[in-house]
Structure formats: structure tokens, C-alpha cells
Design a protein around this ligand. Structure first.
Ligand code: HEM
Length: 183
């Protein structure tokens, strides 16, 4: 996976738009995961609150999809700092990063698949819908469930890698924060 054309020895931080998107997406993805696993999954479809929870989850998920496209475009079009570790570590980190993008998009697409097959779109505008007995009956649900677990695993690896870098004295946190990019 070559994405090296835009790395620059003169750049010490990611572009501020990418930094903003990174942290907004991180918070929203965490909220979607926690909300999905702890609230949606624990609420039966017969519960009158379920459409209200779904409305927030679906709207947040769709916004995440748009932000991910914006992020991907910014990632491809802006200069970024050079590799932080050995070439081997850098390759591993690139695979992990692209896997994060892929799984995030897979979450959005399987979510959209459920909304389409389950006739859930009116929920977004506050309309009434008859929910299926369980979303597990809809084929994209299995993917949404599986990718949620994969996403949690990838986020854990991502966090551990950032902590490991900090432990080696070559912290990468500053690269994903605001400040002079050329100093
Ligand atoms: C990155 C974006 C998203 C994340 C991280 C996310 C996360 C989750 C999680 C963790 C669950 C529980 C999965 C399980 O049953 O084990 C869930 C369920 C669900 N999500 Fe999402 N989701 C996202 C986007 C979407 C979108 C865009 C839609 C629809 C437009 C959507 C619709 C649903 C539905 C219908 C359920 C099933 C709720 C249930 O089983 O009761 N999600 N989501």
C-alpha cells in the first residue's frame, strides 16, 4: 500500500483539518460503539424508546460516513509527517490505519443496509415505523455486529501503538494535534 507521495521531511504535524476530523471521528465512533453495544443492543425492538435511540444512532452514523469521506480526501491531499518507526513498523501501522478506514466504512454501509432493508429511514424525520422483531433477521446485522468487534480491536491496537511510541521517547501524539507544522 503506497501512500508515500505526500510525506514530507519538512512537516511535523498532520494538517489541522485532518487533526480536527481525527478527534471528532474518534469521539463519535466511541459514542456509536458504546451506544450500539450498551443501549441499542440492550433495548428490545418492542420498547417505545427504541426508535428514539435508533434516530440518534443512525444520524450519528451517517454523519460519521460523511466525515470519513472528508477525512479520506484530506488524508490523500495534504502533506503528512514522515514514518515514526522502522520501515517494518511503518508498514504495519499503514495496514492498521487503512484497516480502520475500511472497517469504519463497513460499519456505515452495513448500518445503511439495515436501515434500507428494515424500512428505518422514516425514523430519521421522526416518522412512525414498525420495527422487525429483531434486527438479527436482517443480513447486514451480522456484518455490523462483527465489524463493531473488529473496530474495537483495531482501536485498541491503535491506542497501544501510540502509547508504545510514547514509551520509546518518540511520542506521536503531537503529530495529531494543532500547532506549527513546519517547526
Ligand atoms: C461508524 C458508524 C457506526 C458504528 C460504530 C455503529 C455501531 C453499532 C454497534 C456497536 C451496534 C450494536 C451491534 C450489535 O448488535 O452487536 C449497532 C447496531 C445498529 N446500528 Fe450501528 N453503527 C454505526 C453506523 C450505523 C448507521 C449509519 C446506521 C443506519 C443508518 C446504523 C444502524 C444500526 C442498527 C439498525 C443497529 C441494530 C440495533 C439493534 O440490534 O438493536 N449504524 N451499531
Amino acid at each position: 500500500m503506497t501512500t508515500g507521495v505526500r510525506t514530507s521531511p519538512n512537516v511535523t504535524r498532520y494538517h489541522p483539518l485532518l487533526v480536527s476530523l481525527h478527534w471528532i471521528i474518534a469521539l463519535m465512533a466511541a459514542a456509536s460503539l458504546v451506544g450500539g453495544l450498551l443501549v441499542l443492543q440492550a433495548t428490545p425492538n418492542s420498547d417505545p424508546m427504541k426508535p428514539i435511540y435508533l434516530r440518534g444512532h443512525m444520524a450519528g452514523g451517517l454523519v460519521l460516513g460523511v466525515l470519513m469521506v472528508l477525512r479520506l480526501l484530506t488524508r490523500l491531499r495534504t502533506a503528512r509527517p514522515q514514518a515514526a518507526g522502522t520501515p517494518r513498523l511503518h508498514r504495519a501501522s499503514q495496514v492498521a490505519h487503512w484497516a480502520l478506514y475500511l472497517v469504519m466504512f463497513a460499519m456505515v454501509f452495513t448500518g445503511i443496509g439495515m436501515a434500507a432493508l428494515g424500512g428505518l429511514w422514516p425514523i430519521l424525520s421522526g416518522g412512525a415505523v414498525v420495527l422487525p422483531e429483531t434486527f438479527a433477521l436482517l443480513p447486514p446485522h451480522a456484518g455490523h455486529e462483527l465489524f463493531a468487534r473488529v473496530l474495537i480491536g483495531l482501536i485498541a491496537v491503535h491506542l497501544l501503538a501510540a502509547l508504545w511510541h510514547a514509551g520509546t521517547g518518540k511520542s506521536v501524539w503531537g503529530r495529531m494535534w494543532f500547532g506549527n507544522r513546519f517547526g
